[in-house]
Design a protein. Structure first.
Lengths: 75, 235
């Protein structure tokens, strides 16, 4: 099986949305929790991708490797 | 001489056995009544209830304060079960575990939903997940209306009193709720917000910590802070 890696998707996910902005439970980013802040985001389009971001499990569950960095990062 | 030594040995052996049995009984009794981590329960209460920065709590309103229904002043929480036996079983189990009457099962039983201003309405088959999506894991949720995830605006006040109409949605097209899930959702409706270890984590729908958290939310004063909480074992 070939897994294609496609560029250009418009992805903007964070796990750091303040309360009141969304109407469902959202797990907190463990990196933010460890540092007591809200600055880290999983992936922000055109800007950054978190070093601990390890993918998405269908449908929309973020796979987070914190505190270990994504072994595929940089490949 | 040999008989006397044998007798002494037997008496000593019996004493050791008796001591062991007593120690085991004491430890077992302690384990049955108070074996829990107070700090872990405080952390869980802070995460799920005191902290108002996360859904469903309203940022800035009663932040760091205990929030729940006011049974003492407003009366037991009216519940409209709509014939859902699983929900009645969940309510029974909660009242038994907490040793308190929390629910008024009569006053709104036949009241049209629109006329209910305070209480919990059980709705079967209307659970949805985040974004309104129904997944295989969508087994229950609590909301302002069936098929929704939002809570009612202003569902609690600045003192921490929950006074609203909440729907406990059980089961969806992709999941049939069981008793633990029904208890879990009632837990949300009673004032548990974010999930914690022992409440909707990857290992359990509910466990002993859930019961301790719920019990202590309903035995401490509304508006209490973490520092003023008295954490007690279940009755």
């Amino acid at each position: 099986m070939t897994i294609r890696k496609l560029d250009g998707a418009n992805m903007d996910i964070d796990l750091a949305t303040p309360g009141g902005s969304i109407a469902w439970q959202q797990d907190a980013c463990p990196w933010n929790e460890a540092e007591g802040m809200l600055t880290h985001r999983c992936a922000v389009k055109n800007i950054s991708i978190c070093p601990y971001f390890c993918g998405i499990e269908y449908l929309d569950k973020v796979l987070c490797c914190y505190p270990n960095k994504n072994p595929l990062k940089g490949i | 001489m040999m008989k006397r030594n044998a007798a002494r040995w037997l008496v000593g052996f019996a004493a050791v056995c008796l001591t062991g049995i007593i120690v085991w009984m004491v430890l077992n009794q302690r384990g049955a009544t108070s074996a829990f981590d107070t700090t872990a329960i405080l952390d869980a209460i802070e995460k799920t209830n005191l902290d108002s920065t996360k859904f469903p709590w309203l940022a800035g309103i009663a932040h760091s304060n205990l929030k729940r229904w006011d049974i003492a002043n407003d009366g037991p929480i009216p519940v409209k079960f709509n014939g859902v036996v699983l929900a009645e079983m969940a309510a029974d189990e909660i009242e038994t575990k907490l040793g308190q009457t929390l629910f008024d099962r009569i006053s709104i039983a036949d009241t049209p939903d629109d006329l209910v201003t305070r209480g919990i309405i059980v709705s079967e088959g209307t659970a949805v997940g985040r974004g309104g999506v129904v997944r295989s894991s969508t087994c229950g949720n609590v909301s302002q209306s069936p098929g929704d995830t939002a809570y009612p605006p202003g569902f609690y006040d600045a003192t921490g009193v929950i006074d609203t109409r909440l729907y406990v949605n059980l089961s969806s097209a992709k999941c049939t709720a069981d008793l633990d899930i029904a208890i879990h959702e009632f837990g949300h409706a009673l004032g548990l917000g974010r999930h914690f270890k022992g409440f909707g984590d990857m290992f359990s729908v509910i466990d002993d910590d859930f019961w301790l958290v719920l019990y202590n939310i309903y035995t401490n004063e509304i508006g209490a802070t973490r520092e003023s909480l008295a954490i007690q074992p279940l009755p």
